[in-house]
Design a binder for this molecule. Structure first.
Ligand code: SF4
Length: 683
């Protein structure tokens, strides 16, 4: 049987695309297409998922359970059956818990699938068993704290309103690489209204290439720029004082606070010209139809939450929130209202169980007492949906911890990743076209469900199968372990007051965008007083709040460049990969070429470097080798490495996150992936 089946992309991307999947046989897929007629996605998908068949039917897919037969990390495994593998994992978890208590087991997962069923089961198992918790800090912890500080709700203006905007500001994101649909809506606004595109990013990305104005500020100085823009808005009569009085908390104190934070002050911090800052402020303040699309990039700093808060203040100063095509969007996660009790086993949570920071995995596994929160060592792990050997900060320490002989690790994966290679047991996982799930998007507002379109490849099995089978063996009781994926979805929808999965499937999604007044916060922002907060209560946003600024400000807590480490490294996303996913497909590797560093031409001249020169960059955590690409459109001291290549793709075998610190960002933790001072030398 061939034809076209419907699905939803499960990858860690704000677009969560509705897909039409060509079947080339009952158990194999062909080309993938975006679903036509979707009011946000409009049939667009990224190239790497269009050719997803290459990944699903890749000869290197894991197709059978494996048990380690050589030293840790050797890559030596023997094939075993599912029962033997699951029995072994359950036995090792039981033994570890008998010796050290249940918190010695650390289930570890992230966003390798965004499907709520396949993502939630591991949390349910954790809660039922009393295993150690996971503080999810890789991606959203910093940005979320900053956005919630001002807005108080995890939602924003409908991205489709961009078509009605006159100025679109993409701040700290590169949608040409990571959110193709945003560019589609930018194009519409340009075509239909002559809208201007402003991109704020430390380097000239392909998105910045398309901008009317690109502000290439120094990494981690975004709050200073935002403050200076607000200073100009107040000084030049572009602040909406009626809006400020009605919808914000302390506008007069904000204005006074900004009095000495003008363009000259910000120019010295950001490296931008005073004229550039003023020009941007005037452009932004000249219309109420200004759409601010905030990305994650500028928040991946120790001061990222303060930066996000400062940037999110802009539409509150101009009153753009009140107008069609105006306001801001960070993510729409707060619109769905799903009751995750059954999916995540929230009703089984136990008081007093420690929560370990996923970004601090190196410190946790090397027995840092503070990171272990006074509890037992971690001696057993189940890892699903993530590849911490590559994507976690301070990779050398992660490797040291994962190499411990007394640590038992089971990795459930689609490919033999750097993390799977370190495992004692590897279980083969399905991809999203091989299982059922439910998805909520961040970049738009559609709740979607998807059925498997082909059977599992080889002996691969979904996360839900693995979790339910382990639960059975471990004696973990919860209704969620006894249900099918589809039943879990329907029960969750019912508990949330939503239509059935069948109805959502038939209609290809349920649009959860609220009415205009709600989406634009005209009914009030998310705080109890209904106002936008220029002076947030940071204590509500995270335990490390003491140093957070009272009003929006540049928080000088970064890894500051020095004589020894004069450069600032940004480890940005690559177009052909998605975190470390797609690094296994030949087409993505060919297009991405090799681990490369963008270096300003003046630095290249000074160090006699040319295209392709091999250089070393380093800090106290290690040294990484890269090939040079001279790149303009950035500060001379900025270095950019796009992608998370597997470690063995680098000369010397050390991946880029070797250099990234695991120091927790303020106030709620989070990895500062773009906040690294380094030296640069010829190899
Ligand atoms: S990775 Fe993103 S853009 Fe590509 S298909 Fe998936 S959701 Fe769409």
């Amino acid at each position: 049987m061939t034809g076209v089946r419907h699905s939803v992309c499960a990858h860690d991307c704000p677009s969560t695309c509705a897909l039409d999947v060509e079947l080339s046989s009952p158990d194999s897929i062909g080309r993938l297409h975006g679903a036509k007629g979707h009011s946000y996605l409009e049939g667009v998908i990224c190239a790497k998922v269009a050719r997803y068949a290459e990944r699903v039917h890749h000869p290197d897919r894991l197709t059978t359970p494996l048990r380690r037969s050589g030293p840790k990390g050797s890559g030596q495994f023997v094939a075993i059956g599912w029962d033997e593998a699951l029995d072994l994992v359950a036995e090792r978890f039981r033994d570890a818990a008998t010796r050290f208590g249940p918190q010695t087991v650390w289930p570890y997962h992230y966003a390798g699938t965004m499907g709520l069923v396949q993502r939630g089961g591991i949390k349910r198992l954790r809660h039922v068993m009393g295993y150690s918790g996971l503080l999810e800090t890789f991606c959203v912890a910093i940005a979320n704290a900053g956005w919630m500080a001002g807005v108080g709700a995890r939602r924003g203006v409908d991205a489709r309103e961009m078509a009605e905007s006159e100025v679109i500001v993409i701040w700290g994101g590169n949608p040409v690489h990571t959110q193709v649909h945003v560019m589609n809506w930018v194009q519409k606004a340009r075509r239909e209204r002559g809208a201007k595109l402003v991109v704020i990013d430390p380097y000239r990305t392909p998105t910045a290439d398309k901008a009317d104005l690109h502000l290439a500020l120094r990494p981690g100085t975004d709050a200073a720029l935002a403050c200076a823009v607000m200073h100009v808005l107040f000084a030049e009569g572009l602040a909406d004082r009626d809006y400020l009085a009605k919808f914000t908390d302390k506008p007069d104190e904000l204005e006074a606070h900004l009095a000495d934070r003008g363009p000259e002050w910000a120019a010295a911090i950001t490296g931008l010209a005073v004229d550039e800052i003023v020009a941007f402020a005037r452009l932004y303040g000249a219309t109420k139809r200004s759409f601010l699309r905030v990305g994650y990039g500028f928040t991946r700093h120790r001061n990222g939450a303060a930066a996000m808060h400062a940037v999110s203040c802009l539409p509150a100063v101009t009153g753009a929130w009140a107008h069609r095509g105006g306001g801001a969007l960070f993510g729409q996660g707060g619109n769905y209202g799903l009751d995750a009790t059954l999916l995540d086993g929230l009703d089984a949570r136990k008081a007093g169980v420690r929560v370990l920071d996923m970004s601090r995995i190196g410190a946790v596994l090397t027995h840092d007492p503070q990171d272990l929160a006074g509890g037992p060592p971690v001696t057993a792990m189940l890892i699903q949906n993530t590849n911490p050997m590559l994507v976690a900060p301070d990779s050398a320490k992660v490797r040291q911890g994962m190499s411990r002989e007394d640590l038992f690790v089971c990795v459930h994966e689609q490919f033999m990743t750097d993390t799977a290679r370190m495992a004692d047991v590897v279980l083969p996982a399905t991809t999203f076209v091989e299982h059922d799930d439910i998805y909520q998007a961040s970049g738009h507002s559609f709740l979607q469900v998807a059925r498997a379109v082909i059977p599992p490849v080889g002996e691969s099995r979904p996360n839900h199968f693995v979790i339910s089978e382990l639960a059975r063996r471990l004696g973990a009781r919860h209704p969620g372990f006894d249900m099918t994926e589809w039943d879990l979805i329907n029960a969750t929808l019912k508990a949330s007051g939503k239509p059935s999965a069948e109805q959502i499937l038939a209609e290809r999604g349920l649009d959860c965008i609220p009415d205009f007044e709600t989406a634009h916060f005209l009914n009030g922002f998310g705080h109890a007083d209904g106002r936008f907060h220029f002076a947030p209560n940071w204590a509500e946003r995270g335990p490390a709040h003491a140093r957070m600024p009272r009003f929006p400000d540049h928080l000088d807590v970064q890894d500051r460049p020095s004589e020894d480490k004069p450069f600032r490294l940004v480890a940005a996303p690559a177009r052909q990969f998605l975190n470390s996913t797609f690094t296994e497909t030949e087409s993505s590797r060919r297009l991405q070429k090799r681990p490369t560093i963008f270096v300003h031409p003046k630095i290249c001249d000074r160090l006699s470097l040319a295209e392709g020169s091999l250089v070393r960059i380093g800090n106290e955590q290690g040294v990484v080798f890269l090939h040079v690409h001279p790149h303009t459109g950035m500060d001379e001291q900025t270095l950019v490495v796009e992608s998370i290549w597997p470690a063995n793709a680098f000369v010397g075998g050390a991946g880029i996150n070797t250099l990234v610190s695991a120091e927790a960002a303020l106030p709620a933790g989070g990895a500062a992936f773009h906040d690294t001072a380094v030296w640069l030398r010829s190899a």
